[in-house]
Design a protein around this ligand. Sequence first.
Ligand SMILES: [Zn+2]
Length: 154
Amino acid sequence: MTTAEDLYARYQEALYPGDLRDVPPGWMDIVDRYFEVVAPLMADTGYEVVTASELAGGLDWTWTSPLSCMTEKRHQTMDEQDVLLELRSYHTCSACGRPGVGWASGRTIVTACEEHGVGERIVDGKPLVRRTPHGVVRYDAAVDGLVAVPPEDV
Ligand SMILES: [Zn+2]
């Protein structure tokens, strides 16, 4: 499994050692996929991670960069990659990185596989969607990408 140390070494321009200390081990691979796109795009822009931690079953991820560096293409790609990273986290076991679903134990909600899930499996027929500047999207695990949700289904 990919570790935080692997990612610090791989993305030295985008990550500072310690940035990923609160990210569960099972999500390092989706962070890796994020930086495969983001690191080259944001090289030399002063990109810095601000928040990177688990929140109610998802990866709460925010970053900052001087606004003057943000071109239209960067805005568009980052909007997409940020949503993709968050939605991937809701489909990935935070313990081992295998496909996961939501589990509720008391007030705690985690995303986990059958083996690592604790409590009751959350059964929700509706896919998780996110509103973006370019329409409403959901995550499609089969293609590991975002797909548009027709307005009548939102
Ligand atoms: Zn697992």
